[in-house]
Design a protein around this ligand. Structure first.
Ligand code: GLN
Length: 553
């Protein structure tokens, strides 16, 4: 063995699968395990392997799939990436999220290039090798990599991933790989007891695929007593101290503490043969204490298209909670259908709200309702936060109702508007890729989006600068349309303040208005960078303004 390979850190892998049914909280479990390992001084990263055929979730409907989470490097990823980043210091990128579609795409591209030298290309070994290579890219980067397999054991489309991790166990060895299975132990009210059979069946299925779980996380409504744990251990062939209760909790931020009390991190480290210092979980205790003991309450209205599903606005929802934590406030969120606001009755619908937030979105559905809400917030001096589409519509409101450009619109929502104050910017300097980007109406659907982290320079003496307390920031984008500079002078002269721009001053990133307690719109998505331990400055200040508003009214 040469010196360099002796010095290379070998990463240990935790593979998390899910059983019985979906939505048991595998992503949160993975994130919580990461948080506990970090609390012991270890470095962690994550990877999500999604069995669906879409190459990435970028084109998927948030209503079906939940939010599309954007990383610094501009990847459109699964919303679990958000949990990983919020709970730990890990920074997610394209290599942290793979789908079947992406794996197959890569194998088929190689096949077309003749790289398989005339061989028959098959699921095993070609697809499984591609999956293994994707996982092993993480090798050496951290102490522990947590790999989450999407879907439920037993799904046909998940099989190649399960087979790949089965093989990785042999390749990596026992102390370098660990299988954790998240399952459900339902409480049957009529019988007054919990049932272990679904877990037994799920583990049986997993073993039929060649995987014996090392640890079981049992999602349950009621705590599992020692006898039940022994029963599950016996039937599922795991030691009884590897049966961990994953009890339902009030706040998702309690999960790491519960896992710790159940001895999960200690068991993981024992099985992986890793020695660490004592865990420091004080920050998590403090966080949960703060969440559970708010001094104030504040109500925020969110006007959006996907009002039925908090999953569609996952990061936004969390960032608002974080803003509350920073102000010792409980944030009550009221999701309002923008279409209802089109009827023009914002007063009744928005009554009792201390702040109004118009989030990102695509398409014209409900746009006029959102604009009505913005006009209402501006005129009644209710704190307003516009994000991406929300910022664009704030510009439309200001152009129409303050400046008097009656036909002002975004060319996304009205392609024939005579006053496109928001438009498709044909040419701009791309700081992230260090080149001039050119795009038009005919460019590829996904290709024209401005995606990922971009720098933004703040103007002194603005709400933005007061929040960030710095001159230059970096925030994540996911949009196609931009503020149209042809209207900039007119709007600025009319009182719309441009408080943040790209370093070349070409792209408008933040707008504000004066003579209002807090009215700010940003072209980027700050919600992707907020963490419970580090609330985002804009969400912190928005909630603060909403609290002040509440006290005054
Ligand atoms: N639809 C708008 C655009 O493409 C805004 C996108 C968003 O809010 N993420 O520019």
């Amino acid at each position: 063995m040469n010196n360099s390979s002796q010095n290379t850190k070998r990463t240990k892998y935790i593979f998390i699968t899910g059983g019985v049914l979906s939505s048991l909280g595998k992503g949160l479990a993975a994130a919580s395990i990461g948080a506990l390992l970090e609390s012991r001084g270890l470095t962690v990263t994550f990877q999500k392997l999604d069995p669906y055929i879409n190459v990435d979730p970028g084109t998927m409907n948030p209503f079906q799939h939940g939010e599309v989470y954007v990383t610094d490097d501009g990847a459109e990823t699964d919303l679990d990436m958000g949990h990983y980043e919020r709970y730990t210091n890990a920074v997610m990128a394209q290599i942290n999220n793979y789908t079947s579609g992406r794996i197959y795409y890569s194998v088929i591209t190689k096949e077309r290039r003749g790289e398989y030298l005339g061989g028959t290309v098959q699921v095993i070994p070609h697809i499984t090798d591609e999956i293994k290579a994707a996982v092993l890219q993480l090798d050496g980067s951290v102490d522990i990599a947590i790999i989450e397999i999407g879907g439920t054991i037993g799904d046909i489309e998940g099989l190649p991933f399960v087979e790949a991790i089965r093989q990785l166990r042999s390749d990596l060895g026992r102390e370098y790989s660990l299988f954790i299975h998240l399952t459900l132990v339902p409480y049957i009210k009529a019988a007054g007891e919990v049932k272990t059979k679904p877990t037994q069946h799920s583990v049986k299925e997993l073993r039929a695929d060649g995987i014996q779980p090392d640890i079981l996380l049992c999602r349950t409504e009621v705590p599992l007593n020692a006898d039940l744990k022994k029963k599950i251990a016996l039937f599922c062939n795991v030691p009884h101290d590897a049966v961990i209760t994953a009890i339902d909790v009030d706040s998702i931020y309690e999960v790491p503490l519960h896992f710790h009390e159940e001895g999960l991190d200690a068991k993981i480290l024992e099985l992986l043969n890793v020695w660490t210092g004592k865990p420091n979980i004080e920050p998590w205790k403090q966080l949960v204490y703060n969440l559970k003991n708010p001094q104030h309450t504040v109500t925020i209205a969110i006007t959006g298209k996907y009002v039925d599903l908090t999953e569609s606005y996952k990061s936004l929802h969390e960032a608002l909670i974080h803003g509350g934590i920073a102000n010792q406030a409980k944030v009550e969120l009221r999701y309002l259908s923008a279409e209802e606001l089109e009827e023009g009755a914002p007063v009744q619908l928005l009554k009792g709200c201390d702040g109004i937030l118009v989030p990102g979105g695509f398409g014209k559905r409900g746009a006029e309702g959102k604009i009505n809400a913005i006009t209402f917030a501006r005129e009644n001096k209710i704190p307003f936060f516009g994000i991406c589409l929300g910022m664009q519509l704030a510009v439309v409101d200001y152009s129409r109702n303050v400046i008097g450009i009656k036909s002002a619109h975004s060319s996304e929502l009205d392609p024939f508007t005579s006053d496109p104050v928001i438009y498709l910017c044909k040419e701009w300097f791309d700081y992230r890729n260090n080149q001039v980007q050119v795009r038009d109406e005919n460019s590829d659907m996904g290709g024209t989006l401005r995606l990922g982290a971009y720098p933004c320079v703040l103007k002194p003496g603005t709400l933005a600068e007061a929040a960030y307390r710095t001159e230059e920031i970096s925030e994540r984008h996911r949009h196609r349309y931009e503020f149209n500079n042809a209207y900039r002078e007119q709007l600025e002269n009319g009182g719309l303040k441009v408080s943040g721009t790209s370093p070349d001053n070409n792209l408008v990133e933040i707008v504000e208005i004066e003579d209002h307690p807090w009215f700010l719109g940003c072209q980027f998505h700050p919600e992707f960078k907020s963490k419970p331990m580090k609330p985002h400055p804009l969400f912190r200040d928005f909630i603060k303004a909403a609290l002040t508003y509440r006290k005054r009214t």
